[in-house]
Design a binder for this molecule. Sequence first.
Ligand SMILES: NC(=O)c1ccc[n+]([C@@H]2O[C@H](COP(=O)([O-])OP(=O)(O)OC[C@H]3O[C@@H](n4cnc5c(N)ncnc54)[C@H](O)[C@@H]3O)[C@@H](O)[C@H]2O)c1
Length: 363
Amino acid sequence: MGKKIKVGVVGVGNCFAGLVQGIEYYRQNPERKVTGIMNEKMAGYSIHDVEIVSAFDVSKRKVGKRLDQAIYAYPNMVDWIELPKMETVVSPAPVLDGVGHYVKDMIDPIKDATEDELKDMIIDELKRSKTEIIISYLPVGSQKAAEFWANMCLETKTAFINCMPVFIASNPVWEKKFKKAKVPAIGDDIKGQIGATITHRVLAKMFTDRGVIVDDTYQLNVGGNTDFKNMLERSRLESKEISKTNSVQSQLSKPLPKDKIHIGPSDYVEFLKNTKIAFMRLRGHQWGDRPLNLEVKLEVDDKSNSGGIAIDAIRAAKIALDRGLGGSLYSASAYLMKTPPKQFRDETAKQMLEDFVSGKRND
Ligand SMILES: NC(=O)c1ccc[n+]([C@@H]2O[C@H](COP(=O)([O-])OP(=O)(O)OC[C@H]3O[C@@H](n4cnc5c(N)ncnc54)[C@H](O)[C@@H]3O)[C@@H](O)[C@H]2O)c1
C-alpha cells in the first residue's frame, strides 16, 4: 500500500460528495476499472491513498456532523452509494461571500464567529489532522472566501487545489506568494472528464486544425443543483464566464471578438438535479467561404464529471509536496483546470503532466 495523502476539503457540497462516493464505489467494487483518471498509480499513489482528514463548511446542516452524514445533508443530492462511518467531523468556516442570494435558505449558514476566532480554530484543525492538501469547492462568486483559504494554505504550508473559478493559481500575484512560501497550488476551476468545456475546446481545435474559420459560437448550460441555482445571481458569475470563455478561446487560431462568443451557465431547471445539459453551436466558413454549422448536445452527471480529475490534482499536489516544490504547478493546472497560469493544447498539457509525474519537469 502506498503512502496516504491527507486531504482537507472546503465546501462539503455535491462535487465533494461525488469524489468521496466514487472512491468508496471503487473500494467496494475492486473488479471495476477506475475511469476518469490518468493512471491507476501516479508516482505510486492510487485513489485509495486519498484520506479526507479535515472538512470545512458553513451550513448548519453540515457543520458538527461526521463527514459520512454531512455528505448526504440537504441540499446535497449525490446518493450513489452508502459510505462507511468516517472519523472526520465538519468544522465551521467563515461565511464571507460564500453564500449567494438564491441559495441562502437552502444552505442555512451558521452565524459567523469572527474571522479571527475561526482562523485560529482552522489553523489548529489543519495541524491536528495533519492536512497536507486543501481542495476547495467553494461556490461560484466566493472571491473573499477563496482568498481566505489561499491565505490559510500559505500560513500553514498546505498545498492548495482550487476547483472553483476565482483566480488564485493563475493570478501572478498569488503565484508569487505560493512560490515564496514554497507551497504548491493547482488551479483554477476544475475541468470535467467529458464536460462542456473540454468538448467545446476539442471542437474549436478541430475547426482550427481543419482550417475552418469560426465565425461565432455559443455554449448554454442548464442544471438543477445548488451550483446552477447560485449562478442565477449574475453578479457572482464574472470569473466563471471569463474562465470558460478563455478556455475555448485558447484553442482558436485567432480569439473571437467578445460579441461573437457566448459561454456561460444559462439557467436553473430544478428537476434536472445533478444532470447538466450543455448545448453548443459553432458556425464557421470553409473552402469558397461556404458556411458550416455544428451543433452538439451533451448530457452528463455533473458531479461524476470532476471526481477523477480531482483525484489526479490531489496526486499531483502530493508529488509536489514530496519533492519540496512550491508555486503554481503549470503542468497539472494546464491539464486539469479551465484557467491555468498558462493555457496549452490538451495533448501538450497531458504530456507536460506525464513529464511532471515521471520527474522530467518540476512545475
Ligand atoms: N463539474 C463540476 O461540477 C464543476 C466543474 C468546475 C467547477 N466546479 C465548481 O466547484 C464548486 C463546487 O460545486 P458544487 O456543485 O459542489 O457546489 P455545492 O453548492 O453543492 O457546494 C458548495 C458547498 O460550499 C459550502 N459553502 C458555502 N460558502 C462557504 C464558505 N464560505 N466556506 C466553506 N464552505 C462554504 C456550501 O454550504 C456547500 O456545502 C463550484 O464553484 C462549481 O462551480 C464544479
